[in-house]
Design a protein around this ligand. Structure first.
Ligand code: ZN
Length: 447
């Protein structure tokens, strides 16, 4: 599964796949929505792992062209026969209630109920995920097979919910870097009982933040946003123009726990460093993957990439939204996401964060021409490669020559790796050796 270029796991990361799956499992039953107690509880649990700040933005607050919606509180939802037999119950599955449904407590005919029931005739055993964010209605989601068996003339329906002024809640964490520039990781947290679609991304992002916190002294900062889709990202952008301007690279994470191949959707810029870095990494990692062009659809990358912002933010995913049969159904459950897939997503993204942090531009310190490597001990390190093999820590001769040739203040390490057709890590090792031999220095630093 893992390709040869994937770095060995840090010791502390050994069981990270199982750890992430367990975190997702804990959060799985919570009935989340755009706003409300479910999101708060979810973010509160994450805040027990990493120092996440919860922001509360009042309903009605204007945010760009939108306004923060009313807060939704759901206490229960059920369909009963008139003799009190409970057929559908929110306590059995959070998908049973139409998300953002208004309240109802009535006896209705089957015909009237039909207009408020959502099923999947093509997948009759699954419960669909449906929302009614900006429509004032009520409704239930249930397996089509169950609905077909419901032949009574009347049913009692109860949805105990409130839609009232309150707050939109989102989570934010900023780990400053040395340069003042940041990498953004953004995950939506508004989906209820679905595992791959938002809990997998939340688990992987939390694990990545833990890792960054354990490896301080980074060049680039990291900003994590856990927010309700669309309105959350719009709210953050409206309130954080300065922080948004410091985002040098960014990713939304979604559906990163299914066993399918990895996909990367480019940023609107298509050739931003994040786009090139991700494509480079996937090409050399030896994992099955697909690269997708930008489109103004999908997840919150479309907000970060909207006019007036146009941030270099792509989307990292495995299953592509809307294309796999489990998508937005009760089959997107804890069996659909695997520790192995979460682990692989985590490792690829950890490598990406390291790559972006190490993607420095160098200049030669020693002037013109090709330097004499033997005198500086570099030739011995290269020669050692043949005896020891790569694992012996030997340098790749071509990588050293490319570094020394392109360290002109205009080529970053990623540029060099692309030009050389070698993995970034190989160029990085060569650059580190050249740096130690005092042959190159980071561009912009006083020589
Ligand atoms: Zn979704």
């Amino acid at each position: 599964m893992d390709g040869p270029a994937l770095s060995p796991p840090p010791a502390a990361d050994k069981d990270i796949g199982a750890w992430m799956h367990a975190l997702a499992a804990e959060l799985y039953p919570i009935c989340r929505s755009l706003t409300g107690a479910g999101v708060r509880r979810t973010l509160g649990r994450v805040a027990a792992e990493i120092p996440l700040t919860l922001h509360e933005v009042p309903s009605g607050t204007p945010v760009l062209d939108w306004a923060v919606p009313k807060e939704w509180t759901i206490r229960g939802a059920r369909i009963e026969t008139l003799d009190g037999r409970r057929l559908v119950d929110l306590r059995d599955h959070a998908l049973h209630v139409l998300n953002y449904s208004g309240p109802v407590d009535a006896v209705v005919s089957r015909a009237d109920l039909a207009a408020h029931v959502h099923t999947l005739p093509q997948q009759p055993d699954l419960i669909p995920y449906r929302t009614a964010y900006y429509a004032e209605t009520w409704g239930f989601c249930l397996p089509h097979r169950l609905w077909e068996e419901m032949t009574d003339p009347e049913y009692r329906v109860v949805i105990d919910s409130t839609l009232a002024p309150g707050h939109l809640t989102y989570g934010e964490l900023h780990i400053p870097g040395e340069t003042g520039d940041d990498i953004l990781l953004s995950v939506h947290v508004c989906h209820p009982q679905l595992a791959n679609d938002n809990l997998s991304g939340l688990a992987v992002a939390t694990a990545l933040v833990k890792r960054v916190l354990e490896t301080p002294g980074r060049r680039l900062g990291l900003r994590l946003l856990l927010l309700p889709a669309t309105i959350g990202a719009i709210t953050w952008l409206a309130r954080n123009a300065e922080a948004a301007a410091r985002i040098r690279h960014g990713l939304t994470l979604s559906c990163v726990g299914d066993p399918g191949p990895v996909h990367y959707k480019h940023s609107r810029r298509e050739t931003a460093d994040i786009d090139r870095a991700m494509a480079h990494l996937l090409r050399h990692a030896g994992v099955e993957h697909g690269l997708l062009p930008f489109s103004p659809y999908g997840y919150d990358e479309r907000q970060y990439c909207s006019p007036g912002y146009d941030l270099p933010v792509g989307c990292f995913m495995r299953g592509v939204h809307g294309t796999f049969p489990e998508y937005h159904t009760s089959a997107d459950n804890l069996d659909f996401i695997t520790p192995a897939a979460l682990d692989q997503s985590y490792r690829l993204l950890a490598q990406l964060l390291d790559l972006l942090d190490a993607d420095v531009t160098y200049v030669r310190r020693d002037g013109r021409g090709e330097p004499q490597l033997g005198r500086r001990g570099l030739y011995r390190q290269i020669a050692g490669q043949k005896e020891q093999g790569r694992s012996g820590g030997g340098l790749d001769q071509m990588a050293v020559l490319w570094v020394l040739n392109l360290a002109d203040g205009r080529h970053s390490l990623l540029d060099m790796a692309e030009r050389a057709g070698l993995p970034f890590a190989t160029l990085k090792a060569a650059a580190d050796a050249c740096l130690a031999a005092d042959l190159i220095i980071p561009a912009g630093t006083a020589g």
